[in-house]
Design a protein around this ligand. Sequence first.
Ligand SMILES: CC(C)(COP(=O)(O)OP(=O)(O)OC[C@H]1O[C@@H](n2cnc3c(N)ncnc32)[C@H](O)[C@@H]1OP(=O)(O)O)[C@@H](O)C(=O)NCCC(=O)NCCS
Length: 163
Amino acid sequence: MEFSAFDIGDVSQRPARANDAPIVAGWFAGHGDATRWGGPDIPNPLTAAWLESEIADGTYFVCVDSKDEVVAIYSLKRIDEEAIHLRRFAVAPILRGRGAGRAMITDIAGLARSKGAGWLSLWVYGSNKAAVRLYENAGFREIGTRVAAEDSSGFCLRMRLDL
Ligand SMILES: CC(C)(COP(=O)(O)OP(=O)(O)OC[C@H]1O[C@@H](n2cnc3c(N)ncnc32)[C@H](O)[C@@H]1OP(=O)(O)O)[C@@H](O)C(=O)NCCC(=O)NCCS
């Protein structure tokens, strides 16, 4: 599936590979950043070896530019017939704030729709203003919260996008 083009040229997606792990592991400045992306189970420190073992579960995809440079990562897990869960979405730091996230969410939603899902779900920490804004603008709505002592906001939002 081709992703929408934005200002770094053509972007496509492919299943993540073991050798993508060191690149993505380098995107997070510390444990706080890594946790905001990956949730409370992220090891401290986040290592390429851990991410490689995660990628081996087959649910991770990367977005790559025309030179096969990794520009984003995410994981999709089917919950049931109706729902697909989006996890661990991140854009490469150098590209943030330029519309890449917005374009990719639109295309991930299209991918989930093409797999027959009726809705897409995700969790996002209350402190993650950029991500909450991104998801709200893409049409996600809040459907629940959980207490999250690991985040400065103290909570995590569950959001849903009807496809
Ligand atoms: C969250 C993330 C994926 C957004 O990707 P991005 O490419 O920077 O997002 P975009 O440039 O497409 O911007 C999307 C929206 O977020 C807003 N935004 C971007 N950076 C922001 C910031 N630092 N603070 C507030 N809003 C911000 C933009 O204004 C835009 O909203 P708009 O449509 O109203 O203009 C990216 O910041 C990221 O990878 N963060 C680290 C990992 C992470 O937290 N993932 C989310 C896990 S749930």
